[in-house]
Design a binder for this molecule. Structure first.
Ligand code: P6P
Length: 335
C-alpha cells in the first residue's frame, strides 16, 4: 500500500486478501467505483441543470424523491446489472429487491449488494454534501437458483465489504473488505481515485457529538442524560456539537477527528429513522474496522437479525469509549 496508489492498483494488490475470490469482488468494487464517478459528475452540476428539483414521485420511505436520488439509483442499478457480477440488488429507493438474472439464467454470481444511492438527498438543493452507501454480502441460498429475500436479510456481521462515497468539497470513496478502512480521493481532472487516507482509524475517544438536538424532548431519558453529559464543564468536556444532517458527512468527519453520531429512537420515530440494512450495517462494519463501534444503545448493530428490508433502528456510532459511555446512560435509564 502506498500513498497516491490508484484505487484500481489497490484493488488488484488486495485481490489476494479476498478469501476464495474468483475476482468477482474486485470487479464489483470496480463497478461501484465507475458508478460513483458518474453520480459525482451529476451531483457536481446539480445546481446548473434542472435535476435538483423534486422528482414529484415518492420512494418506499414516503420521502419526496429528488431527481438526483432517482438518477443515482438508476446509475448504480445499471452499472451493477450490466456486468453480471451480482445475483441481486436491494436499493433504499425500491420497495423490494431486484433479482439479476444472468444472460444464461444460470445464476452463477455469488454476491448481493444493498445500496442507499444518495443519502441525505434533502441537502442537494442547499449545496450540502450527500453520499452513497453500499453493503455487499455473499448469497446464502444455493448458487444456480434465483436470489431470495433471505439473501438480503442477513446480520451485518456477514458483510464481505461495505463503503461510502461522500460528494463533498472533494469526492471520496471509503471502503473496507474486512481488512481495515481505506479512503480514496477523486482527482476530477482525470477521473481517477487516489489512496489519500490509508488505514483510517477512530481515536479511542473524541470531543464531537452529532445529533439533531431539535428532537431532544422526544429522546429516551438515557440519550437526554448523555447529551447533558456532553455539555457539562468537566474533564475533557464540554464537547463540540457538529451536525450536518447528512450521515455520510457526519460519520466521515467523526471517523477522522473522533466523535459519536447519534440517531436515537423517539416518540416521533419509535424505531429511529435510519435503515438497518442500507445505512446502519455498512457504517457499523466500517466503524468497527476503523477501531470504533456501533450500537442500538443496547446491542451491537452487526449482530441484529433483520426481519424486513426497510426496517429502522436506533443508531449510535463512533469512537469506542464514547459509544460505551452512551450505552452506560441507556442502561441506567432504559426508557
Ligand atoms: P434529521 C438523511 O435523510 C438521513 O437519512 C441521514 O443522512 C441524516 O444523518 C439524517 O437522515 C438526518 O435526519 O431528522 O436530523 O433531518
Amino acid at each position: 500500500m502506498r500513498k497516491n496508489q490508484t484505487l484500481g492498483e489497490f484493488i488488484i494488490e488486495k485481490q489476494t486478501e479476498f478469501q476464495y475470490s474468483s475476482g468477482e469482488l474486485s470487479k464489483l468494487i470496480n463497478a461501484i467505483r465507475l458508478a460513483a464517478k458518474v453520480v459525482n459528475h451529476e451531483v457536481n452540476k446539480a445546481g446548473l441543470v434542472d435535476i435538483t428539483g423534486s422528482y414529484g414521485d415518492t420512494n418506499i420511505q414516503g420521502e419526496e424523491q429528488q431527481k438526483l436520488d432517482v438518477l443515482a439509483h438508476e446509475k448504480f442499478i445499471q452499472t451493477l446489472t450490466n456486468r453480471e457480477i451480482v445475483c441481486g440488488i436491494a436499493s433504499e429507493e425500491e420497495e423490494s429487491f431486484i433479482s439479476i438474472n444472468s444472460l444464461d439464467n444460470r445464476h452463477q454470481n455469488k454476491y448481493v449488494v444493498l445500496i442507499d444511492p444518495l443519502d441525505g438527498s434533502s441537502n442537494i438543493d442547499v449545496n450540502v454534501s450527500v453520499g452513497t452507501i453500499f453493503s455487499i454480502y455473499r448469497r446464502i441460498t444455493p448458487i444456480g437458483t434465483p436470489v431470495t429475500l433471505e439473501d438480503f436479510l442477513q446480520p451485518g456481521k456477514n458483510q464481505v465489504a461495505a463503503g461510502y462515497v461522500v460528494y463533498g468539497t472533494s469526492t471520496m470513496l471509503v471502503y473496507t473488505t474486512g481488512h481495515g478502512v481505506n479512503g480514496f480521493t477523486l482527482n476530477p481532472a482525470i477521473g481517477t481515485f487516489y489512496l489519500s487516507h490509508p488505514n483510517m482509524q477512530y481515536t479511542e475517544t473524541g470531543k464531537i457529538y452529532s445529533v439533531n438536538e431539535g428532537n431532544y424532548i422526544h429522546f429516551p431519558q438515557g440519550v437526554k442524560d448523555y447529551i447533558k453529559y456532553c455539555q457539562q464543564e468537566e474533564d475533557d468536556r464540554p464537547y463540540t456539537s457538529r451536525y450536518i444532517g447528512s450521515l455520510v458527512s457526519d460519520f466521515h468527519r467523526n471517523m477522522i477527528k473522533g466523535g459519536i453520531y447519534l440517531y436515537p429512537e423517539s416518540s416521533k420515530a419509535p424505531n429511529g429513522k435510519l435503515r438497518l440494512l442500507y445505512e446502519c450495517n455498512p457504517m457499523a462494519f466500517i466503524a468497527e474496522q476503523a477501531g470504533g463501534s456501533a450500537s442500538d444503545g443496547f446491542r451491537r448493530i452487526l449482530d441484529l437479525q433483520p426481519s424486513a428490508l426497510h426496517q429502522r433502528t436506533p443508531f449510535f456510532c463512533g469512537s469506542r469509549k464514547m459509544v460505551a459511555t452512551l450505552e452506560a446512560f441507556m442502561h441506567k435509564s432504559p426508557i
